[in-house]
Structures are given as structure tokens and as C-alpha cells.
Write a protein that binds this ligand. Structure first.
Ligand SMILES: CC(C)(COP(=O)(O)OP(=O)(O)OC[C@H]1O[C@@H](n2cnc3c(N)ncnc32)[C@H](O)[C@@H]1OP(=O)(O)O)[C@@H](O)C(=O)NCCC(=O)NCCS
Length: 177
């Protein structure tokens, strides 16, 4: 994997806006195929077509918080999070509400230098409650290892006959301590 010559120190984090939508779509095209293609190429295609298109980001920016990481003027990573009750998806297995990190994606050329960890820390500091939830696709071992190392544990698994399982992870946050 290529490493950024600039290092994580030159990465800046800021709030994402509608102006970032083209860069976010481009980021998806760089990171989704190598992430999900080896698990299930059709799933990778579906992810791009469904979740990395301008209309989805415009809808998400209206209800979720977005962070982008930049090196110079290039968006190299992003995270988004918000309440499950405000999602456009249905979650029949969930009762009550959850704070969910919906996306955490780092461009392949910039992975492994601490950007994902920085974004995750920022998200954890910004959520209101004392738990953070997220979904990982069964087979995304790099992400599982990353999240386990950052204190997340598997809670439940949503099985779909057609696609890989969604595995829900949760981390207790030490808010107010
Ligand atoms: C999972 C992901 C968000 C992690 O972000 P990242 O910036 O690569 O992660 P970091 O550099 O902050 O931390 C990676 C950890 O793995 C280690 N690591 C070592 N070699 C690595 C490598 N080649 N690539 C990535 N991480 C490596 C790092 O040292 C670090 O461990 P540490 O915290 O104990 O030091 C990122 O790899 C990614 O975007 N993956 C593809 C998309 C994805 O799966 N997103 C999650 C969807 S649920």
C-alpha cells in the first residue's frame, strides 16, 4: 500500500459541506472498489451506485454530521455520523435510537498513517451519547481489526440472503469521566 509522503501531521480536519460532494464521490470511487471488490464485486458496485452519489450526500448532509480530512486541497478521507432514527434506511432489528458512524473511509494512498484514527477520535468526541455504533460488512477484515483495536465489539449481525452480512459493532464512550 502506498503511504502519503506528507504524513498525518499535514492532514487537516474540517466539517464537510455541500461543496465537498464532488470530492466525496471521487473518494468513494477510489476506496470502495479495493475495499469491497475482493469480498463481493457486485456488492462493491451496489455500494458505489447507492451510497456514493451526489443525491445521497446531499440528503445525508441535511441530517448527519460530516468530517473531511484534507492534505493540501485534496480530500483524502471522510467520516459521517448521526442518529439512526434520522436515517433513510429501515432497521427492523433495532428498538430505540442509536448514534451511528455511517462512514469512515480513507483514500488507499493515505491509509495506515493515522488519519482513520484521528477521524474516529473526533467523531467520538462529537457524539452526544455514551455509545457509538457502526456497521461493518462481513469479510472486511482490515476494518474489523481497526475497530477492535479502537475498542469496538460485535453486538449483532444482520443476515441478508443476497449480500454479505452487516455486523453491528458498539463502543462505550467514557463521556463525562
Ligand atoms: C479502516 C480504515 C478506516 C482505517 O483508517 P487508517 O487511516 O488506515 O487507519 P490508521 O492509520 O489510523 O490506523 C491503522 C492501524 O493499523 C496499523 N497499520 C499498519 N499497517 C497498516 C497499513 N498498511 N494500512 C493500514 N493500517 C496499518 C496502523 O499502525 C494502525 O494501528 P495503531 O492504531 O495500533 O497504530 C481505512 O483503512 C479505510 O478507509 N479502509 C477502507 C474503507 C473501510 O473499510 N472503511 C470502514 C468501513 S466500515
Amino acid at each position: 500500500m502506498a503511504r502519503s509522503p506528507s504524513g498525518a501531521a499535514l492532514v487537516t480536519l474540517r466539517t464537510g459541506t455541500l461543496d465537498d460532494v464532488p470530492a466525496l464521490v471521487a473518494l468513494g470511487h477510489a476506496v470502495v472498489p479495493p475495499t469491497y471488490g475482493p469480498i463481493d464485486a457486485a456488492y462493491a458496485r451496489r455500494m458505489l451506485d447507492e451510497w456514493w452519489v451526489p443525491a445521497r450526500f446531499e440528503a445525508s448532509l441535511a441530517v448527519n454530521a460530516h468530517l473531511v480530512a484534507e492534505v493540501g486541497a485534496e480530500v483524502v478521507a471522510m467520516a459521517s455520523f448521526g442518529r439512526l432514527s434520522r436515517s433513510h434506511r429501515d432497521f427492523p432489528h433495532v428498538t430505540g435510537d442509536r448514534e451511528v458512524m455511517w462512514k469512515l473511509y480513507v483514500h488507499p494512498d493515505h491509509q495506515g498513517i493515522g488519519i482513520g484514527s484521528r477521524l474516529l477520535s473526533e467523531v467520538e468526541a462529537m457524539v452526544e451519547g455514551d455509545q457509538l455504533w457502526l456497521e461493518v460488512v462481513d469479510g472486511n477484515e482490515q476494518a474489523f481489526a481497526f475497530y477492535r483495536a479502537h475498542g469496538f465489539a460485535e453486538v449483532e449481525r444482520v443476515t441478508d440472503r443476497e449480500w454479505p452480512d452487516d455486523v453491528w459493532l458498539r463502543k462505550p464512550l467514557a463521556k463525562g469521566l
